[in-house]
Design a binder for this molecule. Structure first.
Ligand SMILES: *[C@@H]1O[C@H](CO)[C@@H](O)[C@H](O)[C@H]1NC(C)=O
Ligand SMILES: *[C@@H]1O[C@H](CO)[C@@H](O)[C@H](O)[C@H]1NC(C)=O
Ligand SMILES: *[C@@H]1O[C@H](CO)[C@@H](O)[C@H](O)[C@H]1NC(C)=O
Ligand SMILES: *[C@@H]1O[C@H](CO)[C@@H](O)[C@H](O)[C@H]1NC(C)=O
Ligand SMILES: *[C@@H]1O[C@H](CO)[C@@H](O)[C@H](O)[C@H]1NC(C)=O
Ligand SMILES: *[C@@H]1O[C@H](CO)[C@@H](O)[C@H](O)[C@H]1NC(C)=O
Ligand SMILES: CC(=O)N[C@H]1CO[C@H](CO)[C@@H](O)[C@@H]1O
Length: 845
């Protein structure tokens, strides 16, 4: 029977899901704010992709007035659940069901449930008419959706920001993904989405599940729209978020998974990297050439080039000798600049390599079934990987970081970059001999044998069901690498805590950045750690920044970087994101690089980076690009405190640092599909030229008053598209939204340290009602805990008087030297010297 299914066409398979028995709910117990029930298999097991579990539990908790927790799990508590140590669950304050904005409704037989708005009965999530399938290696649930819904999220992907809703598959499984292929799984796993509806607003659905999955968004033959989860295991741990505004959903999601980490002021500076810089002298020249070109460089990055034989915690003795590296880092620090270096998870397996020997002693590496170390191939050749679940791994990692990055004797870095942490394994088949000749290997040719794991431990510890095929589960997710274990750790590996990679694969990147972040805090206890990661999972924003991986120097990747930024920052609670400016792979072309230098300046994380096989693309190499970069960085730096304030809001409330247009105009249907424009913060509308080599741009301007950021001239938006022609390659259209107050540094500077010393100009951009408001957050820019040494200042303008008030805990000599009220041909300017250590008012008539 099972064999038949496997051999049959997929049409037969999907029909068979309909033949599954589903579940019946019983023993329903409802108390204030809570509901529990037993779910039992309602008929003969269908065992399509594993064994049906006969007894499940349902738990429903009204956690807050706008958050409902719904969990379906096995009665025996054997099925894997994400460790609390990796992803702490939110506290449950608990409210009465009657006090909740959304409600849960149960149908006992056949079991189904719906989530709807309490006030309007509008249904948000509904599994009626479809059957839950809960098997040892396959979990299936379908919800009905409105026709052509506005769905966002389910990252990481390189598809449109507003997801396609017809025949669309989002596969979620962290994988090495050169070229960031479209319609495929990439480096990060975030199985949450936001749905927005015209009139009634937004809600969120977060699924805390780490297993590989396909989420299909599609229509039935009769045109009914649905979203369905096809998951390789784990439990259904849902959080339904009521919104009703899109921003409410972002904040509610951050409440569930944790607020984003606050970033240091300097991390918003412009950064340069390149894989393939030949030696330390060359890096020194890059810094000098930026300076000579008068393009501010804040951070210099070191890719694996610095390493001796591409091993972590080593320097190439000839190309990157310690004294020369220390000299460069000292010089950077003296000029207020920073240095960040790469650390990969693959540790070279060699007895003469001390970090390896110390790791072995600490029991820090993943072991194969026979107790030997599990081996693979990475940059350093034959490698082993840290088992982040092992009790001494963190201490070993911290110790290596403290040794190598010792400020007195080593390289005094300012941040760490974690790459290849999906993890990426160059071994592409089970026949791979990592110690052998890499060139003889075929890619993905061999299918591993079935590998059953025998039960070895007590029941009820939520560490994973026994007797599963951890290599080739019968349900195949659409992983672009092929089988689950291809080019990564074998999924049948057991972690130190007894869980298996099959269940925890997607956590590796998150666990590595958590460990790195902890180590950096040990190293500089008073500074905010800066970690950049390629691989992510739910809550990675609480630890690190992220760039969108190995894209390509082409216009399409320039465009898609906008969608990726919006999804991460607004839907996945990861504010500090950006693409490799000018593209990673391939040859950057001058005009595109100029446009990208401008676009990148309005993304939170701003770094130019290229592959070893790509020609150099430092901004100073072309006059046109240098000119664009100077203009872009000048504007970015004058806006630094404005975006730093937005970062603070993200870190303290979960409000997005950049906003999709519909977050600001949720009732304007014209904004729902916009993914080539965005709000940088919540006041600046960025509308770059996006056509290949184009000089004109047609973009959406909502029905509101705007002001050109560059000329300060008013522009009335009409809820329609407008076209700008002859946009030079050194220009990017940016508009200030009416109704806002922008705190701008009056002048830029060569480094963010210098920017911080400059006074402010307040730009007041009255809305259609003549009023405006804004805010400014100030602190020392770097302390991990600022205590009460911060200022959170609000600006309100009523048409006559600008009131400046709030909390003034950060003492500063910097003043407001000018207030500009926009609206007329020329702004009305009032100059003065208003201290930012207390409240004041400015009346402009
Ligand atoms: C489920 O769907 C059936 C068929 O459309 C309908 O009769 C029934 O009322 C629905 N139940 C709920 C709880 O929505
Ligand atoms: C969408 O539905 C069609 C028709 O049933 C089916 O052929 C296709 O495979 C489905 N696609 C996805 C991604 O589920
Ligand atoms: C949604 O956001 C608005 C505006 O910030 C706020 O007033 C309201 O309390 C929020 N609602 C919920 C349920 O969080
Ligand atoms: C720096 O500029 C000099 C002078 O233009 C040039 O010869 C050199 O190649 C540049 N070096 C780098 C690393 O860009
Ligand atoms: C720093 O900025 C000033 C302008 O403020 C400029 O004249 C100077 O050349 C810059 N110095 C460097 C090293 O870039
Ligand atoms: C995983 O499966 C492979 C292929 O069957 C096998 O060689 C290996 O020993 C298994 N590893 C573990 C840890 O079970
Ligand atoms: C689409 C594209 O250009 N993909 C390329 C990305 O880079 C890898 C190398 O890392 C190439 O193999 C792809 O062809």
């Amino acid at each position: 029977m099972r064999f038949l299914f496997l051999a049959a066409a997929s049409a037969v398979l999907s029909a068979s899901i309909d033949d599954c028995p589903g579940y019946t709910a019983s023993n329903v117990v409802e108390s204030d704010g809570k509901l529990t029930a037993d779910l039992s298999l309602a008929g003969t097991a269908c065992n399509i992709y594993g064994t049906d579990l006969s007894d499940l539990k349902l738990l429903v908790e009204y956690q807050t007035g706008s958050r409902l927790h719904v969990k379906i799990y096995d009665a025996g508590l054997q099925v894997y659940q994400i460790q609390e140590s990796v992803l702490p669950r939110p506290p449950n304050p608990g409210v009465l069901a009657s006090d909740s904005a959304i409600k849960f409704q149960l149908t006992e037989e056949p079991f189904s449930f719906s989530i709807s708005r309490t006030e309007s009965d509008e249904v948000l999530f509904d599994t009626n008419g479809t059957k839950l399938v809960f098997e040892s290696q396959y979990v299936y649930l379908r919800t009905w959706l409105p026709s052509d819904p506005n769905l966002y999220g389910l990252g990481e992907h390189s598809d449109s920001f507003r997801l396609s809703t017809d025949n669309y598959k989002r596969t979620i499984w962290n994988a090495e993904s050169p070229g960031i292929p479209r319609n495929k799984n990439l480096y990060g796993s975030h199985p949450n989405y936001l749905e927005h509806r015209s009139g009634s607003g937004s809600h969120g659905v977060a699924l805390l599940n780490a297993n590989g999955m396909d989420v299909n968004i599609n229509k039935t033959d009769s045109g009914d729209q649905y979203l369905e989860y096809n998951i390789l295991g784990g439990v259904l741990d849902f959080y339904f978020l009521a919104g009703p505004s899109p921003t409410n959903v972002s904040k509610q999601y951050a409440e569930v998974i944790g607020l984003p980490a606050m970033m240091s002021y300097w991390t918003f500076g412009f950064q340069q990297c390149k894989y393939g810089w030949p030696d330390i002298q060359y890096e020194t020249d890059v810094v000098a050439n930026y300076s000579a070109a008068n393009i501010p460089l804040e951070v210099l990055w070191a890719d694996i080039d610095y390493m001796d034989k591409r091993r972590d915690f080593t320097l190439d003795p000839e190309k990157y000798p310690l004294d020369k590296v220390r000299e460069l880092v000292d010089d950077l620090h003296q000029h207020g600049q920073k240095y960040v270096m790469m650390l990969d998870p693959g540790v070279q397996k060699s007895d003469s390599y001390a970090p390896y020997s110390r790791g072995v002693e600490a029991g820090a590496f993943i072991k194969a079934v026979d107790g030997s170390l599990y081996r693979g191939e990475q940059w350093a050749g034959e490698v082993v990987w840290p088992d982040w679940f092992a009790p001494k791994t963190q201490d070993w990692w911290t110790d290596e970081i403290l040794r190598f990055f010792d400020p007195e004797t080593g390289v005094d870095i300012d941040g760490a970059w974690n790459d290849m942490n999906e993890v990426s394994n160059f071994c592409a088949s089970v026949d791979c001999d990592p110690s052998g000749d890499a060139t003889k290997r075929s890619i993905g040719a061999d299918v591993p044998q079935k590998a059953l794991r025998t039960p070895r431990r007590s029941e009820g510890d939520m560490k994973g069901l026994p007797d599963r095929d951890l290599f080739n589960p019968d349900y195949r997710i659409d992983n672009h690498q092929g089988d689950l274990s291809i080019r990564t750790l074998y999924t049948n590996n057991t972690n130190a805590d007894g869980t298996v990679q099959y269940d925890t694969h997607n956590l590796h990147g998150l666990m590595m950045i958590t460990a790195t972040r902890n180590s950096l805090i040990t190293r500089r206890p008073n500074s905010r750690p800066f970690v950049l990661t390629r691989s992510t999972f739910i809550s990675a924003g609480t630890k690190a920044a992220h760039w969108f991986g190995d894209n390509t120097s082409r216009w399409d990747d320039y465009r898609i970087a906008i969608s990726q930024m919006l999804a991460f920052a607004a839907v996945h609670a990861m504010p500090m994101v950006g693409s490799d400016v000018c593209g990673f792979n391939g040859q950057a072309q001058e005009q595109m690089c100029a446009r990208w230098a401008l676009l990148g300046a309005f993304q939170p994380f701003y770094r130019n980076h290229a592959d070893i096989s790509a020609p150099n693309q430092e901004f100073y190499l072309w006059d046109l690009v240098a000119q664009a970069a100077r203009k872009a960085i000048d504007a970015r730096y004058r806006l630094l405190d404005y975006i730093y304030t937005a970062m603070y809001r993200a870190a303290s409330t979960g409000a997005p640092i950049v906003n999709p247009l519909f977050f600001i105009y949720p009732d304007d249907v014209g904004t729902f599909g916009v993914d080539l424009q965005w709000f940088y913060g919540d006041a600046l509308l960025v509308s770059p030229v996006t056509d290949d080599d184009g000089t004109s741009v047609t973009f959406y301007l909502p029905d509101d008053v705007f002001y050109d950021f560059w000329t300060l001239q008013p522009v009335r938006g009409e809820g329609a598209k407008v076209t700008l022609d002859d946009v030079a390659f050194t220009d990017i259209p940016v508009h200030i939204r009416g109704g806002t107050v922008l705190p701008l540094r009056s002048q830029s500077g060569n480094t963010t340290d210098l920017v911080r010393q400059n006074d402010f100009t307040l730009i007041v951009a009255p809305g259609t009602d003549g009023r405006a408001s804004g805010s400014l957050y100030l602190d020392d820019g770097d302390s991990l805990d600022v205590g009460d040494r911060y200022s959170d200042i609000s600006f309100t303008y009523d048409g006559e008087t600008l009131r400046v008030e709030g909390i003034f805990g950060y003492e500063t000599d910097v003043v407001v030297e000018s207030v500009k009220i926009l609206g007329g041909e020329e702004p009305i300017t009032k100059d003065g010297r208003w201290s930012l250590n207390g409240a004041f008012e400015v009346t402009v008539t």
